[in-house]
Design a protein around this ligand. Sequence first.
Ligand code: GSH
Length: 231
Amino acid sequence: MIDVYSWPTPNGRKIHIMLEETGLDYMVHAVNIGKGDQFKPDFMKLSPNHRIPAILDHDGPDGKPIGLFESGAILIYLADKTGRFLPEEPRAKYETLQWLMFQMGGVGPMFGQSNHFSHYAVDKIPYAIDRYHNECKRLYGVMDKRLGEAEYLAGDGYTIADIATHPWAQGFERRDVDITEYPNVKRWIEVIHERPAVIRGNEVLANERSSGNFTAEEREVLFGKTQFEKH
Ligand SMILES: N[C@@H](CCC(=O)N[C@@H](CS)C(=O)NCC(=O)O)C(=O)O
């Protein structure tokens, strides 16, 4: 049984979808990041970076419980545990890890900054808005080229690289990206969107999904001094 500490953001949804795809037994515990649950000591024992998602697998590799944070590490762990969505053959495996890291180091952080400066920042700073909007479009372009050569990011099969990237890529409207300029990404988004496990994973904690219109208290927790205090 796996305890999942999460919230219905793209990084949380990756794990909800992977758990649904693999059929593992899990229980979700909501960590309301707008209310500051990410700073609670029990959660921070699992996730010292005070970010969701985190998991506690009571049946770790040595039979003992194991806690993990960072969605990419969790996806690799769950893939290893089940033998699903991360090929064993070395070439295919590293191809998958390469595109997973592209999501973790590129798509996630850049799309996140674009959301921040375009939607959340009180000061609308044109340089920052343009910088991250252009970076988003550049990354959609990289994905489009790749998905013009291969059906999925890592090749012929659906892998943890797609599971990590799809929850971010599907939010193109919010990022003011015209997806028809990226027809291969559009095709890939639509195909993955119809997977039953993706539909189920996207429903996890769905009633908690934020409109992005944060209250003053939520803004303080997410962007204010609470973030930068010693915890
Ligand atoms: N690299 C981390 C990023 C996790 C992350 O940024 N999580 C966000 C939600 S998507 C969070 O917990 N934010 C809480 C906060 O900013 O205090 C991962 O992939 O797990």
